[in-house]
Design a protein around this ligand. Structure first.
Ligand code: PEP
Ligand code: MG
Length: 781
């Protein structure tokens, strides 16, 4: 059956959402995207070029169809070639005879002379171009409207995927850092002449030795050893065996106890780390609840061997089965089985686990470490983790990484070599551990540790610091998110919650309108990603430049002034009710607030409230538990809302200024049209006075006004807005550290002086001048 372009585009979107989940780094993400797009669009070539930091060099980053050798080698300036033209013109470039196009430039290494037709679209992250996606075919072919629109839809998603993948790459810097550390390590080794043999140690004459294992969580630590005790086979041999009935009873109680303990661990880890990290305990629960497992133990108890041995044998059987699997991930599940077995035996033998209290900070040394150990140990006291068994696939390794604890696993000979209170250096970057190091090694590592700390600080030092001005005003910095994968990026950047969750993505990545349950599932994942933090869910904001492939929008002369956003929701209440139901169904999984876009009058809020009340009533009647007091807010993004903000704010709990739209509507300047870019001016007095009016109205009403448009991502603008009285910003997550640093370096007084000066200006030119001077005096980029 011939595929329609619509379904083709949708399948591609589905593929792309799976790429988000399954790609691990930027090159892999890009490679997966080009492969799928070329396949689905039936083109000979699909390539992605990304802009370098200089903003003018495009580098080929992934290709399906051109020579692979040209990846990372072919580059061009934005004023060169058809690809450069895409960035330069901020728009589509299409031709069915590329070589005859005046901007055609031939790059020998790509061997691309074979391709006649060319279609290139810019990749944007918000408003800035970050690269280009190009499709090419050998035959001269005009791409149809449908094909173009499909590629546009895909491109819309790719921008933020690429942006996020880039960000994760830069935050992790793993390979680079590792190479650097290994180099430094070689120096250390040369300097200290340690070669893996034992020799007399530094302090107490204890045995010194260097051992190697798998580096699973980067960083250094130095301290005293804490040997984690495990039950050993003796426990099993010495276990008392009662009557079969007693043993059955003991097993039932132990199983229940471990289930409760597992639930507790799941909760603790998901609060401490993330839902993903806690998921392993869910798997544990499933095993504990698996009837097959319980039946096997029960059958053995019936044979009179007692509950402890029965559990030991059944677990052993499972462990062996998993350990024999080829797939390293599945093989690692044998560790989960062991973890469960050990905990049931602990419960049977009365060693029920309570959080292990370490008196002082120590490096944990153990035969192996299980996720449950990490869930129960006091993390602040764990300097590092070194184990004899285990590898990078283990959940404990993943958790150690998430917790930022340096760890080296799979160190053979560890247990035989180490003794209680030995000194140890753990190098979680190179995979070496030094027991009782001599002074030369110690000093060298102390230096490395300092350098490493500085580097880490550069990368994420600001994450856990509050955004507070030098005179103590606390500013809230939230993240703008859209994809579930943004949750991680937001957390990595220290977002204090979500100030704008654009819910369009769940609608775009599906073949039809998602129903309430599908939406609830997604919202719930996002809410759980921010435990205890507010997530401001904005209802569907389609129309304007955001379309849905399966939804027919009327043709309009002015779509931005047309049927979009809340106007669609209020007219298509079937869609709106389904979304509100989805939000309400997920509402007990976190702290949602609901925000409505493009609201222009109080009447709309009254109507929204009545619809929401009716959806809530319907759900409650069906027996669902939903939050009753979800705070409601509106976006201030059109002049009518500014002019009536004092009235609107009375009807809601908070407002959020969407500067992206507000600027375009106040100044009648399309936010996406590069030709009138100079008219789209965030510093136009009309914009600034509007923001000030909203901030004042909110202060007067004792309610919160935040800014969630891109404007606040610029440090100078953030200070200016702060000076106008805005104390909460929602930004694209990667901008948070810089804005936080800016806020932490300035006082409210400086911000107010700046705002007063700017608001007193009589012309745009004067505003520009004041801002240029402020940039210098406030030492801003
Ligand atoms: C805005 O308009 O400023 C805004 C934050 O919403 P969006 O960019 O999604 O229109
Ligand atoms: Mg908007």
């Amino acid at each position: 059956m011939k595929e329609t372009h619509h379904s083709m585009g949708l399948r591609t979107l589905e593929d792309i959402s799976s790429i988000i989940l399954h790609s691990h780094d930027l090159p892999e993400t890009l490679e997966n995207i080009v492969t799928i797009v070329a396949r689905r669009m039936h083109t000979n070539v699909c390539s992605i070029y990304l802009l370098e930091n200089d903003g003018e060099t495009l580098v080929l980053k992934a290709t399906k169809g051109l020579s692979k050798a040209s990846v990372n080698r072919t580059s061009m300036k934005v004023h060169e070639g058809l690809t450069g033209l895409v960035v330069e013109s901020h728009g589509m470039v299409m031709t069915d005879n590329a070589p005859s196009h005046p901007r055609y430039k031939y790059f020998k290494e790509t061997r691309e002379e074979k391709f006649l037709s060319f279609l290139g679209l810019p990749l944007f992250e918000r408003k800035s171009p970050i690269g280009v996606i190009v499709i090419q075919t050998r035959e001269a072919r005009r791409f149809t409207e449908d094909e173009i629109s499909t590629l546009r839809t895909i491109t819309f998603q790719i921008g933020s995927i690429v942006h996020n993948a880039r960000l994760l790459d830069s935050i992790q810097h793993k390979e680079q850092e590792r190479a650097w550390l290994e180099q430094e390590l070689a120096k250390v080794k040369n300097a200290s002449s340690l070669d893996g043999t034992t020799k007399k140690g530094g302090k107490r004459g204890a045995k010194a030795c260097v051992l190697g294992g798998t580096a699973v969580s980067a960083g250094f630590s130095q301290g005293r050893v804490y040997i984690l005790d495990r039950f050993n086979d003796k426990v099993i041999q010495l276990a008392k065996v009662g009557s079969n009935a007693e043993e059955h009873h003991k097993f039932t109680i132990a199983l229940e106890k471990v289930k409760i303990q597992t639930l507790y661990m799941e909760k603790r880890v998901s609060e401490m780390l993330s839902e993903d990290d806690a998921a392993i305990f869910h798997t544990h629960l499933m095993i504990l609840e698996d009837r097959g497992f319980a039946t096997k133990v029960t059958e053995l108890i019936d044979q009179g061997i007692g509950a402890t041995r029965a559990v030991h044998e059944v677990v052993h059987h499972y462990v062996q089965a998993f350990a024999a699997m080829e797939d390293p991930y599945l093989r690692e599940r044998s560790v989960d089985m062991e973890d469960i077995g050990r905990r049931i035996i602990d419960a049977l033998e009365g060693n029920g686990k309570t959080p292990l209290k370490l008196k002082e900070k120590r490096v944990i040394v153990a035969e192996d470490i299980f996720p449950s150990d990490l869930a129960m140990l006091d993390h602040d006291k764990i300097l590092g983790i070194v184990t004899e068994r285990g590898n990078a696939y283990s959940h404990a390794a993943i958790m150690a990484k998430s917790l930022g604890i340096p760890a080296v696993l799979g160190v053979s000979g560890l247990m035989a070599a180490s003794q209680v209170k030995d000194e140890i250096i753990v190098d979680g970057s190179s995979g070496f551990v030094y027991l009782n190091p001599d002074d030369a090694v110690r000093q060298e590592y102390e230096r490395l540790e300092r350098d490493h700390a500085v580097r880490l600080k550069e990368m994420e030092g600001l994450r856990d610091l509050p955004a507070v001005t030098t005179d103590g005003a606390r500013i809230t910095l939230n993240a703008n998110i859209g994809l579930v994968s943004d949750v991680r990026v937001a957390n990595l950047n220290g977002a204090e919650g979500v100030g704008l969750y654009r819910t369009e993505f769940p609608y775009m990545a599906r073949p039809a309108f998602p129903d309430r349950m599908e939406q609830a599932g997604i919202y719930s994942r996002v809410l759980k990603g921010f435990p205890g933090l507010a997530v401001n869910i904005r209802t569907l904001d389609i129309g304007g430049d955001k379309s849905l492939p399966y939804f027919d929008f009327p043709r309009e002369d002015n779509p931005f002034l047309g049927w979009r956003s809340i106007r669609v929701s209020l007219e298509r209440q079937d869609i709106f009710r389904e979304q509100l139901a989805g939000i309400l169904l997920a509402s007990t999984d976190g702290c949602p607030t609901i925000m409505f876009p493009l609201v222009s009058c109080v009447d709309e809020i009254i109507e929204i409230r009545s619809i929401l009340a009716s959806v809530r009533e319907e759900l409650e009647q069906q027996g669902h538990e939903v939050c009753r007091d979800i705070p409601l807010g509106v976006m201030i993004e059109i002049p009518a809302a500014v002019q009536t903000v004092e009235l609107l704010i009375n009807e809601v709990d908070y407002v959020s200024i969407g500067t992206n739209d507000l600027i375009q509507y106040i100044l009648a300047a399309d936010r996406n049209n590069p030709r009138i870019k100079s008219y789209y001016d965030p510093h136009h007095p009309a914009v600034l006075h509007s923001i000030k009016r909203v901030a004042d109205a909110a202060a007067q009403a004792g309610k919160k006004a935040s800014v969630c448009g891109e404007m606040a991502s610029d440090p100078l603008n953030a200070l200016l807005l702060l000076g106008m009285g805005i104390t909460e910003f929602s930004l694209s997550a990667p901008s948070i550290p810089l804005i936080k640093q800016t806020i932490r370096n300035h006082s409210r007084e400086e911000c107010r002086t700046l705002a007063d000066a700017v608001l007193a200006c009589r012309s745009n030119a004067q505003v520009r001048q004041v801002l240029a001077e402020a940039r210098k005096t406030l030492r801003l980029p």
